[in-house]
Each structure stands twice: as C-alpha cells, then as structure tokens.
Ligand binder design. Structure first.
Ligand SMILES: Nc1nc2c(ncn2[C@@H]2O[C@H](COP(=O)(O)OP(=O)(O)OP(=O)(O)O)[C@@H](O)[C@H]2O)c(=O)[nH]1
Length: 430
C-alpha cells in the first residue's frame, strides 16, 4: 500500500496574498458541560458555534472526547483585515468503489482549466504506484511527488494523513490553492472526515470542502446490495452516505432503466447530495471544488428539499404519507435518509435539547445532518450541520418580509427512526 502526495502545477496561478491560518480555540470540556454548551448554542449570535463529541466513529478510534469551541482568529497571525475570514485551505475527499473512476476524475481536475493549483494526496493499495503513473501521464505532476507513505488512509496512515495535510498547509501553502485527497476504493470516508475535526492542528489550517463519491454505474448496484456479515461495513453504501456530491460515472455502460434504478437507490441512501451523471468523470469543476459542504454559509443551498420531491420518494419507499416530510428508508439497507420539510417556528432551546439527545443516543449512527430552521424571536434563519456527534450551528441569512419560513432538515444514517425524528422535531415547535 502506498500513499503519496503530489502538488499539481497543471494550472498555475499566483496567490495575491499568502493568508496565514487562523487560530481555532479548542477548549476541553467535561462531558456534563456539553449540555450547557448546546443550550447556549443560540447565544453565539455572531460567532459560529462548533460542538464536538466524537467517539466510536471508526473501530480504530477508541477515545471519547467532548469539546466545545468557538473558532476565532488571531490578529497577530492573520494577514487578512477581515478577522472573521476563513483562510484555511480547502480540501476535497474523492471516494468511490474500486474502479469507479476516482483517478479519472482526479486527472480531469488536474488538467481542466480552472486556474486553481491543486495539491494531491493519493492513497493506493499495492506495492506498485500505478495510479501515480496514470496521473502523471495526464499531467506534468510526476516531479511534484513530495511524500510517500504506506497504509490505508482510514486506518494506519491517518496519522500520516495529518502529517501530510500539515506539511502542505504550513510549509507549502503558497504553492497551491486546494487539496484533493483520493482515497482507496475500500477506504471508509468517516475516519478521513473525522480527521478534519478531531485533529486540532488540521482543523486550524485545513477545512473540509466536500466529499465527492464516484459511482460505477455498471457495478454499483451489486456492491450496494451486497449483504455483509453483521458488524461489517458495506463501504459502497458508506461512501454514498457521506457524500456531498455524487458522480454517477460510466453511464455509457448502462441503459436508462438501469440508471434510473441506481439513481433511486442512491437517493434512498443519501437524499442530500447533489448528483450528476458522467462519463470519464467529466463534470464541471465547480461541481467538485469549492462546494462548501461543511460550510454553514452554504447549508441553505445544500439542503434543497421541497415537499413534492419528498413525498415522491416517500411513496417509492412504500410507507404512509405524512404531510411535509418524507423518509426514503429502504428495507434492504439500514442506511437511509430522513427529510423533514415543515412550516412553523421552533424554540431553539428545545432544538438544542433535542439534537443533544439525538447525538448522545444515536451519534454513532448519524452520518450527516443539515438543517435550515425558523426559530422564534429571530429574523434570521438558523443553520446547522453535523457529522456523527459533531454539530455546528449559527444564525444565517435573514428571512424576507414576505418569505414563507420553512424548516428543512435532513438526516442520513443507519437505522434512522423516522417516526422518532418527526416527533422530536414537532416537540420543538412553539
Ligand atoms: N467505459 C468507461 N470507462 C471509464 C469511465 N471512467 C473511467 N473509466 C475507466 O475505468 C477504469 C478505472 O478507472 P479509474 O479512474 O482508475 O478508477 P479508480 O476508482 O481510480 O480505480 P481504483 O484506484 O482501482 O479504485 C479505467 O480503465 C478508466 O479508463 C467511463 O465513464 N466509462
């Protein structure tokens, strides 16, 4: 197994300013402090709240942490005049099953004319560095390999991933604008995502932009339907579940009916990700870079749920209809999405309590969640996003004077209890 890091010079562009990283203040709290922490969520009106209670995300990770932090920026270090500017380097994680087209997409990113200089961290099984030569044959990056490591990104080399990210962000920051990490076909995305939140230095210098999942249209259904032994993760499902962007690749190898069935299956698992069909990973670069999938400012555009869409999926799943919400739970997979679209005003204290309880009880099974909320006593939307037990929330854009205040929430996870989620939401309405 080899993990290597490349810095692409394919699209050179000069950074006008080398913005030095801002400081994130991580204060360690005791477990009991989380409650207070969440209860105070709405009081951080102008500052982003970031809550982290991370445990058991990955079998390799046995520690339990409770942290609460408000990112802030150290003026002595930051060159930017805007003290709230997020100057961290964005990173995109490309995942997808073996042979789904990850390297093909990477080549597309490296050779497309987008003006961004890309640093690549590539993780490959096998002694021979095959993907490196493939990438190199399509661009002039072969001489830019700066690190080589062994292991699988999701397990043994997570430490190496941290090292590489820090090396890039601290020492080579002026040489690139964006980091792309290509995981092995078998890598589970959770530990890679977790790295951006649990490692304080990484969180200080690098921000996760998005998880892009490649799906091989010809073989994906077989992998998604594969029944694994108990406690064994189906990587194909996990990769779809964590995605912000899904590329249905190799559409040239399937017919419309097969494509339709696959699309339906994928939406059942992940009702939040934007999906594009492609051959040879050829998608607009904007679709994969600069997504802001974990960015609170972008949550609203990411949570594009409307009642009609929801009900359609709900119907497909063969369950009772409930006005204004749906769940696309499938019986053949424990991983599914639950979406709630509802008018009404919420009590933010109740929301804090509800979400706190939820992540306390179900954090391990909650892969992703995002929401735009209408809360009492505020003219602004309240937005939140989370991964497992990490929850990040803050006030967002103001509601328009004649705008309908519609709450939109989506949860993706394992064994989601749609009825309980709906009840929990209703319990927060004033
Ligand atoms: N027919 C067809 N072949 C494709 C398409 N995209 C990629 N391929 C081919 O599929 C094979 C695998 O593509 P890669 O990009 O290497 O896939 P990968 O996900 O990086 O593979 P691993 O690193 O083994 O996990 C290559 O031969 C590609 O040329 C497509 O849209 N259509």
């Amino acid at each position: 197994m080899a993990t290597k890091l490349l810095v692409s010079r394919a699209a050179a562009k000069t950074l006008n300013q080398i913005l030095r990283p801002s400081l994130v203040d991580f204060s360690l709290f005791s477990y009991s402090a989380t409650s207070q922490c969440l209860r105070n969520l709405h009081s951080f009106v102008s500052e982003r709240f970031h809550f982290l209670k991370s445990d058991r995300i990955h079998p390799c990770n046995s520690r339990t942490m409770v942290r609460c932090s408000i990112p802030r920026y150290d003026n002595t270090e930051a060159i930017s005049t805007d003290e709230n500017a997020d100057t961290r380097v964005p990173a995109t994680v490309i995942t997808g099953f073996l042979g789904s087209g990850k390297t093909t997409l990477l080549n597309h990113i490296l050779t497309a004319n987008h003006g961004k200089r890309i640093a690549v961290i590539e993780n490959e099984f096998g002694e021979v560095d095959i993907d490196g030569s493939l990438v190199a044959s399509h661009s002039s990056v072969s001489e830019d390999i700066v690190m080589v490591n062994n292991g699988c990104l999701c397990c043994t080399v997570r430490r190496d991933l941290v090292k590489m990210l820090l090396e890039l962000a601290r020492k080579k920051r002026d040489k690139f604008d964006h980091i792309v990490i290509e995981t092995t076909g078998l890598a589970k995305p959770a530990p890679v995502i977790e790295t951006f939140y649990t490692d304080e230095l990484v969180a200080r210098y690098v921000k996760l932009d998005s998880v892009v999942t490649l799906v091989d249209c010809k073989h994906a259904m077989q992998h998604l339907n594969e029944v694994k032994p108990r406690f064994v993760v189906n990587e194909a499902i996990e990769q779809v579940a964590y995605a912000d962007r899904i590329i249905l690749n190799k559409i040239d190898l399937v017919n419309e009916t097969e494509l339709e069935a696959l699309m339906k299956k994928i939406k059942h698992i992940n009702g939040m990700a934007q999906i594009k069909k492609a051959t040879y990973g050829a998608v607009d670069i904007d679709f994969v870079l600069g997504v802001g999938g974990y960015d609170l400012d972008r949550i609203e555009s990411e949570v594009q749920l409307d009642g009609s869409h929801s009900l359609t999926q709900h119907h497909e799943a063969g369950h009772d209809h409930h006005e204004g919400h749906h769940h696309n739970h499938t019986h053949d997979s424990a991983v599914s999405s639950v979406s709630i679209v509802s008018e009404g005003v919420l009590d933010l204290d109740e929301v804090d309590d509800w979400l706190e309880r939820l992540i306390d009880e179900k954090g391990e099974d909650l892969y992703r969640m995002k929401g735009v909320l209408s809360v009492s006593g505020s003219d602004e939307r309240y937005v939140f996003q989370g991964v497992h037990s990490m929850l990040d929330g803050s006030p967002g854009k103001a509601w328009g004077p004649d705008e309908k205040r519609i709450n939109k929430l989506v949860f993706i996870g394992r064994n989601l209890d749609e009825t309980a989620l709906r009840k929990g939401f209703k319990g927060c309405l004033v």
